[in-house]
Design a protein around this ligand. Structure first.
Ligand code: AMP
Length: 218
């Protein structure tokens, strides 16, 4: 499968990506995670990316395109989470490979600030939770690891990230609509319910592929 997950910051892309990757055995490619890894390791890319990420701005196209191109050029099953985020990035993907479907996670904008500023991430297993679900606990319910708050999950940076989303990323909805690849998913619900819908969409896609292949050979 070659799938893109589109959606505003806080729409649940990361949470759904982990579930999809496990269920459908696809590589989960998150540019946010790759950039944070580079920052942690102190690479040149990490140093350049950090100032953009701290300001809630997008990292320049040429840097992220180079990062992803290498991973997807020979892969036949992947899921892009947080990439592409600009038309330029989408065109770069089209030059490298053929995307099957784009799942657009839709959510009421008023829910996003609370989702992001209350988000806590496990240092060990990267599971994502929300402060209201923790009842004062400071450890991950899944693995017992320590939880932290991402440095860009503060109100000021979230506002810039939302601005970047509307200006630079939202135009991708029309871009993929025109390619007939866009499927909208209501993401303002419990993540397990959202995943059930996504599972159905992706299973259907396999059925369609099998019947198309049967038609070809019958
Ligand atoms: P995320 O983890 O997807 O929320 O991304 C965190 C930050 O990493 C974003 O606010 C951007 O600064 C940067 N970033 C991640 N993906 C991209 C991308 N495709 N293009 C540019 N910047 C990105």
């Amino acid at each position: 499968m070659k799938i893109i997950l589109l959606g505003a910051p806080g729409a649940g892309k990361g949470t759904q990506a982990v579930k999809i990757a496990a269920k459908f055995n696809a590589a989960h490619v998150s540019t946010g995670d790759l950039l944070r890894k580079n920052i942690k390791e102190g690479t040149e890319l990490g140093k350049k990316a950090k100032e953009y990420m701290d300001a809630g701005r997008l990292v320049p196209d040429e840097l992220v395109i180079a990062l992803v191109a290498d991973v997807i050029k020979d892969a036949d099953s992947f899921l892009l989470d947080g990439f592409p985020r600009t038309i330029e990035q989408a065109k770069a993907v089209d030059r490298i490979t053929e995307i099957e479907k784009v799942l657009n996670l839709q959510i009421d904008e008023t829910l996003l600030m609370d989702r992001l500023t209350g988000r806590r991430v496990c240092k060990e297993c990267a599971a994502v939770t929300h402060i209201t679900l923790l009842n004062g606990a400071d450890k991950c319910a899944l693995c017992g690891g320590s939880l932290y708050q991402r440095s860009d999950d503060n109100e000021t940076t979230v506002k810039s990230r939302m601005e970047a989303y509307y200006k630079q990323t939202a135009p991708l909805i029309e871009y993929y609509e025109k390619q007939n690849k866009l499927i909208n998913v209501n993401s303002g619900r419990d993540s397990a319910d959202v995943f059930k819908d996504i599972e159905k969409i992706l299973m259907q896609r396999s059925v369609n592929r099998v019947s198309a292949a049967e038609k070809k050979y019958n």
